[in-house]
Design a protein around this ligand. Structure first.
Ligand SMILES: CC(=O)N[C@H]1[C@@H](OP(=O)(O)OP(=O)(O)OC[C@H]2O[C@@H](n3ccc(=O)[nH]c3=O)[C@H](O)[C@@H]2O)O[C@H](CO)[C@@H](O)[C@@H]1O
Ligand SMILES: C=C(OP(=O)(O)O)C(=O)O
Length: 421
């Protein structure tokens, strides 16, 4: 368990380098298992979800080494297909090991995935599409056993552009026999990141970034080297930190192209944004206005993963805003904690109605999930007095080191970790 103690009331001011992408890295690590050989990765984020994934990879027989800034995986000796329950249940993205283990062995045993409790998060779409590729599933005590005689390409249409289901189909289709065509696919940048990585290994994939992805199965892959993109959600978090505290921040390596909708919302507050190939500069000294009505939607819309950061920022805007959450049914858990800090907001179904107050005040709050936890830290940065945030390991799932990054932006905070076992 970790505690963050934040002394608020001082604008963020400074520069920080943005870490590698969590949601980009996790499917790529799964994808490396498809290849009977080496994969060299750079800019891999040092977060606990990556740590758990690497432990899973080791437990399956993949060699994992670190040389200078490179993470080197060698899956030539991979000889197990059962994901340990204690690790797989710790995160959501363990579910995408299904596609790559099926591609490699035609068989996989997987516990039901964990991850943040932001909704029910069923995996029916993953299972339906893999079934159409020839996979049969049997239920085990804490998960599923999947097997197929041969993975075959198929054509299907997703009723909702699920990111994870799109990734699972891509991973399963790379070494499958024949052609797979997925329409209604997710268009998130992390899908293109995975496809770029797999193409670098010799996979034949086209159409990523659009609603229709076509994958032609190949018989094997090759050694490759890959650099992860920066994390657009981490960059967005720090941008909203800038807005909330009316500060000035430079985010080195932040990619403008994947943040278009977020930057539009930020500019509505009165903040000024300058973008360049080096990163994003935000001057939020005059960011007093509410963002108005914002709804989350699949990419290229406003990302659900930044909804809590926006919610925090809007609690101190001069006026009313409304946020509609359209992806996860339980992603307003931060609201009750923000109210403890003096925020005036109401949750009605999937909508949050926020009336900005002049300032929040420090108190004791509790992180209930990853992005909500980071949003509480942002709120604390803008609040009067000291806020104590209790976090049961959520924030480190996605942020390498919030203390290091926000410290570089001038935040006055400290953290401590308490071992609970
Ligand atoms: C590790 C990772 O990349 N996580 C991201 C991924 O999660 P994840 O891949 O879990 O998100 P999905 O896009 O699959 O989920 C979106 C919606 O579809 C529903 N659904 C999904 C699959 C399914 O089989 N059935 C079903 O009903 C979910 O309950 C949810 O309501 O995309 C989300 C949406 O951008 C992000 O918030 C997460 O950060
Ligand atoms: C919801 C998230 O992650 P996960 O899908 O891994 O739980 C997130 O990154 O905000």
């Amino acid at each position: 368990m970790a505690w963050y103690e934040v002394r608020g009331g001082r604008p963020l001011d400074g520069a920080v380098k943005i870490q590698g992408s969590k949601n980009g890295a996790l499917p790529v690590l799964a994808g490396a298992l498809l290849h009977r050989g080496r994969t060299v990765l750079h800019n891999c984020p040092g977060i606990t979800d990556v740590g758990y994934t690497l432990e899973i990879l080791r437990s399956l027989g993949c060699s994992v080494t670190v040389e200078k800034d490179a993470l080197i995986l060698d899956a030539a000796g991979l000889d197990r297909n059962r994901v340990p329950e204690s690790l797989g249940e710790k995160m959501r993205s363990s579910v995408i090991l299904l596609g790559s283990l099926l591609g490699r062995f035609g068989e996989a045993c997987l516990p039901y995935p964990g991850g943040c409790t932001i909704g029910k998060r069923p995996i029916d779409l993953h299972l339906k599409m893999l079934s159409e590729m020839g996979v049969t599933f049997t239920e085990e005590e804490r998960g599923l056993k999947a097997s197929c005689r041969r993975l075959s390409g198929a054509e299907f249409s997703l009723p909702f552009p699920s990111v994870g289901a799109t990734e699972n189909v891509i991973l399963a289709a790379v070494l499958a026999e024949g052609v797979t065509v997925l329409s209604g696919a997710a268009r998130e940048p992390e899908i293109s990141e995975l496809c770029r990585f797999l193409r670098g290994k010799g996979a034949r994939i086209e159409g990523d970034g659009t609603e229709t992805i076509r994958i032609e199965g190949v018989s094997s892959l090759e050694d490759s080297e890959f650099i992860f993109s920066s994390d657009r959600i981490v960059a967005g978090t720090y941008l909203f930190g800038g807005v909330l505290t009316r500060g000035r921040v430079f985010l080195e390596g932040a990619e403008t192209g994947t943040l278009t909708e977020v930057l539009k919302v930020i500019e509505k507050t009165g903040a000024v944004v300058h973008t360049s190939p080096r990163g994003i500069f935000l001057d939020a000294r005059e960011a007093f206005l509410p963002a108005g009505r914002v709804e989350t939607s699949p990419y290229p819309g406003f990302p659900t993963d930044l909804q809590s950061a926006l919610l925090s920022a809007m609690t101190v805007a001069r006026g009313k805003s409304e946020i509609e959450e359209n992806i996860f049914e339980a992603r307003f858990q931060t609201a009750a904690q923000l109210r403890r800090m003096g925020a005036d907001l109401e949750i009605k179904g999937n909508r949050a109605l926020i009336r900005g107050v002049s300032s929040l005040h420090g108190t004791f709050v509790r992180a209930k999930e990853l992005r909500g936890g980071a949003a509480l830290v942002l709120a604390a940065l803008g609040a009067e007095g000291t806020t104590l945030i209790q976090d049961d390991g959520y924030i480190e799932r996605g942020y390498e080191d919030l203390l290091r990054d926000l410290g570089a932006l001038g935040a006055c905070m400290q953290s401590s970790t308490v071992k609970t076992k």
